[in-house]
Write a protein that binds this ligand. Structure first.
Ligand SMILES: [Zn+2]
Ligand SMILES: [Zn+2]
Length: 280
């Protein structure tokens, strides 16, 4: 089986200490057909702390420096590992929080691949830091409505290759607080988002981190991967979201099985924003 891993973090992400060389060496050892490093770059806190007013909403600033460190290291490493399919990517968070920055990143000629993610609704805390325990069903649904509206707006903007980990906000609700909301009431806006991506030749990722972290399924689950296919989607990327060497490639074969079950016969990696398909 041709395995790929197109969502991983290294020492240039604030939440990872993984040595970038060790990550690449591990990806080579696993004989991955494509390996993308996609360090974090949150457009909502691109500048140093002094630039912002509502600083209590954020835990980390100055992604500008992390972006430059990651992308310049990868540009050099691509030369060193020219016989290996190493991809210079980025996980762009909250592009609509600062469209000028997002467009500047999107037009950086060194990037092969952009995952767009929503970790934080505009003006609110990162999903990671929200305490869901005392929230009523109505409050949870309101939060999810703001999340899916944000996803839809991001899909309409569309200056990226792949939508990252759709439904990721469910991770902390379930793992920490055993809350499993029913997403059925959001099916329409989710379908609208997926249709927009399909029509514009964009893809979604199957993010396998939920399997190893005890969530139980990928982000998104089979239901929405299938819906993307039904709506004309053709581009599927797969990533482990590894933040350490030992997680590279984790559950990728499960992700490929889900892609097949959803009706896809190929997955995809990007070079210079062009999709390259691999039969599965
Ligand atoms: Zn993410
Ligand atoms: Zn990530």
């Amino acid at each position: 089986m041709n395995l790929i891993d197109c969502h991983t973090h290294t020492q240039f992400s604030m939440d990872s200490e993984a040595d970038i060389i060790q990550m690449i060496e591990r990806a080579k050892e696993l004989n991955l057909s494509a390996y993308a490093v996609t360090d974090h770059c949150e457009c909502s806190t691109w500048y140093p702390k002094e630039h912002y007013h509502n600083t209590e909403l954020f835990d980390y600033f100055n992604y500008k420096d992390d972006f430059e460190a990651s992308v310049s290291a990868l540009t050099e490493l691509k030369k060193k590992y020219s016989g290996f399919n190493l991809i210079c990517g980025i996980e762009m968070g909250q592009p609509l929080a600062d469209i000028d920055i997002a467009e500047k990143i999107a037009s950086d000629p060194r990037l092969d691949f952009i995952i767009a993610s929503l970790h934080q609704i505009d003006g609110e805390k990162d999903f990671y830091y929200i305490n869901y325990y005392h929230m009523t069903t109505k409050e949870i649904n309101n939060l999810l409505e703001r999340y899916f509206n944000g996803i839809y707006k991001m899909c309409r903007w569309g200056k990226f290759d792949i939508l990252g980990h759709l439904t990721y906000c469910l991770r902390y609700m379930k793992i920490r607080n055993s809350i499993t909301p029913n997403l059925k009431i959001f099916d329409e806006i989710i379908a609208e988002s997926l249709r927009t991506l399909a029509q514009n030749g964009k893809g979604i990722e199957i993010n396998t981190s939920g399997i190893r972290q005890g969530f139980g399924t990928t982000f998104p689950s089979l239901k929405y991967i299938r819906l993307f296919k039904e709506l004309g989607g053709e581009i599927i990327s797969i990533g482990s979201d590894a933040h350490k060497v030992s997680d590279i490639g984790a559950n990728i074969s499960d992700g490929i099985s889900l892609a097949k079950l959803a009706g896809f016969d190929k997955i995809c990696y990007f070079r210079k924003h062009q999709p390259n398909f691999i039969k599965i």
